[in-house]
Write a new protein. Structure first.
Length: 569
């Protein structure tokens, strides 16, 4: 019987090629848009779920009472001794991972004539046994077997050496004042797009402990610059044990409250002034309060807003499908009459028309998948993500698509099926039945379709205007014809004056200035605070030289520029 229904459906579509084509194209475009947003949403909400130990991995954060009645402050950067102390003091802690993010790009030397810049991170050897990154060459257990081992991603290995099989090859990294040789011990696949931790090259953290900065930080509790993760035993209650975590904080910062009281800080004594907390790995990406690790976090409401927009587009396509289907099925009234005369039941006719609608939605979904796959690179540019069209990576998408096909088919085919199957054979054969036209239901559908379309058009115009405003708004400094040079990892005091003097003789260069940080995303920041009128104020610091304001075209509202002869400036 089912085979018969699909045969009839195919014959019907063959007979009415143009209406069926319009139906499929319209619905496939709606499905394609929805699939792209669905991939984005599933990717964002499934961050870090690929890790087999995800349910037992937590990120450590510090929570501080807010000053002057403000909300609490949070920090995910910690000192070096925190990880070892957690494992030593809490039996529930099986492993700890200290991750030092890449501070900009380091100088990397492949050969004497080949020096490049690469983002280099440092992590404890347990990184690849706690987290589930896939290896192409090498093993997780031997990735950091030696002190000066380095693990590369497949893409970075090909970029540096022209091939990915580079086990045993040497790469020199400038650490502090000299190049040090590192041996490639493993190559991993590209980091999954739904991973909070991202890296190009990662070195053994125990080597970092031997550097000048690392040696000075091994037992230093007041120098916070690392992300710290812990793997707990299954069923551990430590994440919810507020008292234990607060006592742990007091143990290693015994004078914290006295020092804050001396500074005039007032706090609610019913709870600790500062404590530690454990954030589930799966919550890292969607908890904007704490921020991401190496990938920017996202607010869940943003995901749902985007999905709502996609659902609106799909609903418009479904309404269009339904209204066209009413007209397409109208010419089959006689068929319904004949079927009923020869004994056809209403439930059989309903199943027949619903089968046709679902078959159309299947064709539309297949075409929509092809369109979505074609548009994915452009969508990645728009969303700032590197999504991969992979059902293996996103298995949830499979049953979501099956559900989508059924819902769209039932939603779009129910009304025509119920109307046509309710015809009386005598009235149909005497041509007393008219299908389609203007009735309350079709008018409501068209009104809703236009309302959604107009809403989307207005929203698009507003977004475009806001984007234009942001791109054309003067940020307070010149963006054009300004080149920024990253001078990290060099002897600035020695090189910068010589470099500035050399550039001064070039007639194409109007001015040269220096700053401790660059402008823009990923350039870092410096923050401190002060008390003003009894309230604490936070300020972001930016250290510059005397020529910076002039070169960047910044306008002073009051006061004067820095004077090199006045040290208090």
């Amino acid at each position: 019987m089912l085979k018969h229904y699909f045969k009839v459906a195919l014959r019907s579509m063959k007979k009415q090629k143009v209406p069926a084509f319009i139906n499929i194209i319209g619905l496939s475009l709606g499905i394609a848009c929805f699939i792209l947003f669905l991939f984005y949403a599933v990717n964002e909400l499934s961050f870090d779920s690929f890790n087999k130990n995800a349910s037992n991995i937590y990120r450590v954060y510090a929570q501080f009472q807010g000053r002057g009645g403000e909300g609490d402050d949070y920090s995910t950067y910690h000192p070096m001794p925190l990880g070892p102390a957690l494992k030593r003091d809490f039996p529930d802690v099986e492993n700890y991972i200290r991750l030092r993010d890449s501070w900009g790009e380091s100088f990397v030397r492949i050969s004497d004539n080949d020096v490049r810049r690469v983002k280099v991170s440092y992590a404890d050897p347990e990184l690849f046994t706690v987290f589930s990154f896939k290896f192409i060459y090498g093993t997780p257990q031997k990735a950091f077997e030696n002190l000066q081992s380095i693990v590369l991603t497949q893409s970075k290995a090909k970029e540096l050496f022209g091939t990915d099989n580079v086990i045993g090859r040497t790469i020199e990294i400038k650490t502090e004042d000299a190049f040090q040789p590192f041996t490639v011990s493993a190559v991993t696949e590209g980091v999954p797009s739904n991973s909070s931790i991202s890296y190009d090259a990662v070195c053994n953290f125990h080597y970092f402990e031997t550097t000048k900065y690392g040696q000075g930080s091994v037992n230093e509790w007041y120098r916070s610059f690392l992300q710290t993760f812990v793997q707990l035993k299954s069923g551990s209650g430590l994440p919810g044990d507020v008292k234990k975590l607060a006592a742990f904080r007091r143990k290693y910062y015994p004078d914290e409250e006295q020092e804050m009281a001396k500074a005039g800080f007032k706090w609610n004594h019913s709870r600790p002034i500062a404590t530690y907390g454990l954030q589930s790995l799966r919550a890292v990406h969607t908890d904007a309060k704490l921020g991401g690790v190496t990938v920017e976090s996202v607010q869940p409401k943003t995901i749902w807003i985007l999905l709502s927009i996609a659902a609106g587009l799909l609903l418009i396509a479904c309404i269009n499908f339904t209204t066209l289907a009413i007209g397409r099925f109208a010419g089959r009234a006689k068929e319904v009459g004949v079927r009923k005369v020869i004994g056809g039941e209403r439930r059989q006719l309903i199943f027949q028309f619903l089968s046709e609608a679902i078959l159309l939605s299947v064709f539309s979904a297949l075409l929509g998948l092809a369109i979505a796959r074609f548009l994915l690179p452009y969508f990645n540019q728009l969303s700032g993500r590197q999504l991969i069209f992979s059902f293996a990576l996103y298995p949830k998408i499979i049953w979501m698509l099956i559900g989508l096909i059924l819902i769209v088919g039932l939603l779009a085919g129910s009304y025509p099926a119920l109307i046509l199957s309710g015809f009386k054979p005598v009235e149909v054969l005497k041509r007393k039945i008219h299908v389609g036209g203007s009735n309350l239901f079709t008018r409501s559908l068209i009104t809703l379709q236009f309302a959604l379309s107009i809403g989307l058009v207005i929203s698009t115009i507003i977004i475009l205007q806001q984007t234009k405003y942001m791109s054309s708004k003067n940020p307070g400094f010149n963006k054009d014809n300004v080149v920024m040079i990253d001078a990290a990892d060099i002897d600035t005091k020695k090189i910068y004056p010589l470099f500035k003097q050399a550039l001064a003789h070039n007639t194409n260069i109007v001015g040269v200035a220096g700053a401790d940080l660059g402008l823009g995303e990923g350039e870092g920041w410096s923050k401190s605070g002060f008390e003003y009128n009894g309230k604490h104020k936070d300020v972001f610091e930016f250290f510059i030289d005397n020529d910076y304001l002039k070169v960047m075209g910044m306008q002073l509202i009051e006061g004067r520029n820095f004077n090199s002869n006045i040290s208090s400036d």
